[in-house]
Write a protein of this length. Structure first.
Length: 438
C-alpha cells in the first residue's frame, strides 16, 4: 500500500527510489488493464496494450460468463465503466428490432436493452439467409463508449447517444431523414469513430459522404464530399505529423482534417460493390482491400510543405490477398489477418509484407473471422466458426501457441480485450474468458 511519505517532498535518495518504484508499479498495473471503448480498441488499430496469458488449459481459458444472443448479429463488444455493450436483433413491436444491449462486464448480467429501429436487411441478409449468409443476420455496427455516454449507429444510419447507466436516449440524429442521406445495399455496417469532441461517420447525401457530429448534442460539426459510402468504418491516425481521419469510400481512400473535414489526400481505389474492412496505417503507408475481384493495395503517403500525396506502391488484383470484411493488424512490417473472399470456414489466415504485398505464409481454416495484436508480438484470432487461437506474429511461418473452441454460431467480427479478459460473440452467444494469468 502506498504511504503518505511516498508522495512527500522528501529529498532523500530512499524516498526518491521508493517513489520511483511505486510509480513504476502503478504504470505496470495500468499497462495490464485497459478499457476497450470502441470498434477495434481505443486507437482503432486492433492492438491491445494488455499482456494476456499465452498458455491456455486444454479446454481453453477460464470462462467468466456466457450469455445467449439469439437473433443474430455481427457487432463486436465495446467495454468501459464495468459494462460491455454490443448490438443484437430481437423481436419487437412491428417486427424484429435492432437493439443495444448492455451487460455487466464482470457477470454477464443484462443491465438494459435499447431499441434502435427495424432489423431488416437486403439479401443475402434476409431472415432465412442464403448460402453466403446462412445462420442468421443482424446488426454489424459496434457501439462506442465515452464517459457516461454510448454512441451507436444503426443499420439504417440513425446515430444515437445513450446514457451508459440507463440506456435512455440522450439525443439521436437520423442521417437519412434529417440530412437527406440514402441507404446503401445491405444497409450500414460501419461503427461510429470518436476522438475528442467529435464522432465521425459515413453518410450518403449530396456533399455529405463524410460527416462529423458533436458528441455533446449531435449537431453537425462538418460534412463534405460526394463520394459513396461503403460498409467500412473510418479510422484515425497520425501520418507525417498530421492527425487525420481516413474514410474508405467506393471511389477509394479519402483523408481529411478531423476538426474541419478539409481534404488532405486521396487514393483512387474504385469498386462496384462494397467493402467492410477498414484501412490499416503503418507509419507513412496505408493498406486497403475489397472483395469481388478488386483485391488489395499499399499506398505511401508523402508531404511537401502543407501538401500531401498518396502513391500506390503495390497492387494485388483478385481475391487471393483480399480482406473483404476482416481488417488485419500490423506488426513489424507485416499484416496478419484473414485474407479471403466468401471462403466460409476454410479461408486462410495470412502474413503479408506491408511494403510489397507479397505473401509470407498462409494457413487455411479461418474464414472471415477477426484478429487482434496482443502481448506486443502475438495475434489473437477467432475463426468464423468460433475457434480461438493465439499465433506468433512472425513472417517466418504460422506457429500456433494456444487454441480453444470459444463459441458456437457464426463469428464475422473481432474480439475485444479489457482488464485481462477476452470478450467475443457470435450470432448465437457471447462469452467472456479470463486470460489475466492470475
Amino acid at each position: 500500500m502506498m504511504t503518505k511519505k511516498t508522495f512527500s517532498f522528501d529529498n532523500s535518495l530512499a524516498t526518491t527510489i521508493a517513489g520511483a518504484v511505486t510509480m513504476g508499479l502503478l504504470a505496470g498495473a495500468l499497462a495490464q488493464a485497459a478499457d476497450w471503448p470502441q470498434y477495434r480498441g481505443a486507437d482503432h488499430d486492433g492492438v491491445s496494450v494488455e499482456k494476456i496469458a499465452a498458455q491456455w488449459p486444454a479446454q481453453g481459458p477460464k470462462q467468466v460468463w456466457k450469455a445467449s444472443l439469439p437473433g443474430g448479429g455481427f457487432s463486436s463488444f465495446a467495454i468501459a465503466q464495468g459494462k460491455a455493450l454490443t448490438l443484437a436483433r430481437r423481436p419487437g413491436d412491428g417486427g424484429d428490432q435492432e437493439v443495444c444491449v448492455a451487460f455487466d462486464a464482470n457477470t454477464g448480467k443484462e443491465l438494459w436493452v435499447t431499441p434502435l429501429g427495424q432489423a431488416k436487411y437486403d439479401s443475402p441478409g434476409g431472415d432465412a439467409g442464403t448460402k453466403d449468409n446462412r445462420g442468421g443476420d443482424g446488426p454489424r455496427s459496434t457501439p462506442t463508449i465515452d464517459g457516461d455516454r454510448a454512441y451507436v449507429l444503426s443499420a439504417y444510419l440513425v446515430l444515437f447517444c445513450l446514457d451508459l447507466n440507463t440506456g435512455k436516449t440522450v439525443w439521436k440524429k437520423d442521417i437519412i431523414a434529417d440530412l437527406g442521406g440514402q441507404m446503401i445495399k445491405w444497409q450500414s455496417a460501419a461503427s461510429p469513430l470518436l476522438e475528442g469532441d467529435l464522432i465521425f461517420v459515413n453518410g450518403v447525401a449530396p456533399g455529405a459522404c463524410l460527416m462529423a457530429f458533436r458528441k455533446k448534442d449531435g449537431s453537425v460539426a462538418w460534412k463534405g464530399q460526394d463520394d459513396v459510402m461503403t460498409h467500412a468504418t473510418p479510422i484515425i491516425a497520425t501520418i507525417l505529423g498530421q492527425r487525420q481521419v481516413i474514410f474508405f469510400t467506393k471511389s477509394g481512400l479519402v483523408s481529411v482534417v478531423p476538426e474541419t473535414g478539409a481534404e488532405l489526400w486521396r487514393y483512387a481505389f474504385p469498386f462496384k460493390v462494397s467493402t467492410a474492412a477498414s484501412p490499416v496505417v503503418a507509419g507513412d503507408m496505408v493498406y486497403c482491400s475489397a472483395g469481388y475481384g478488386v483485391g488489395s493495395a499499399g499506398v505511401k503517403i508523402a508531404k511537401a510543405g502543407a501538401k500531401f500525396t498518396a502513391t500506390e506502391i503495390w497492387r494485388n488484383e483478385g481475391d487471393v490477398i483480399c480482406s473483404h470484411w476482416s481488417t488485419p493488424v500490423y506488426y513489424a512490417g507485416h499484416l496478419y489477418g484473414m485474407f479471403s473472399f466468401k471462403k466460409f470456414g476454410t479461408g486462410p489466415m495470412k502474413c503479408i509484407d506491408m511494403a510489397t504485398g507479397k505473401e509470407k505464409w498462409s494457413q487455411d481454416g479461418f474464414g472471415p473471422g477477426g484478429v487482434l495484436l496482443v502481448n506486443g508480438n502475438k495475434v489473437l484470432a477467432v475463426s468464423d466458426t468460433g475457434r480461438m487461437v493465439l499465433v506468433e506474429a512472425s513472417p517466418e511461418a504460422y506457429k500456433e501457441i494456444a487454441t480453444c473452441q470459444a463459441l458456437t454460431g457464426k463469428v464475422w467480427n473481432s474480439p475485444a480485450i479489457s482488464n485481462g479478459r477476452i470478450y467475443a460473440r457470435s450470432t448465437k452467444e457471447a462469452v467472456c474468458l479470463d486470460v489475466s494469468g492470475k
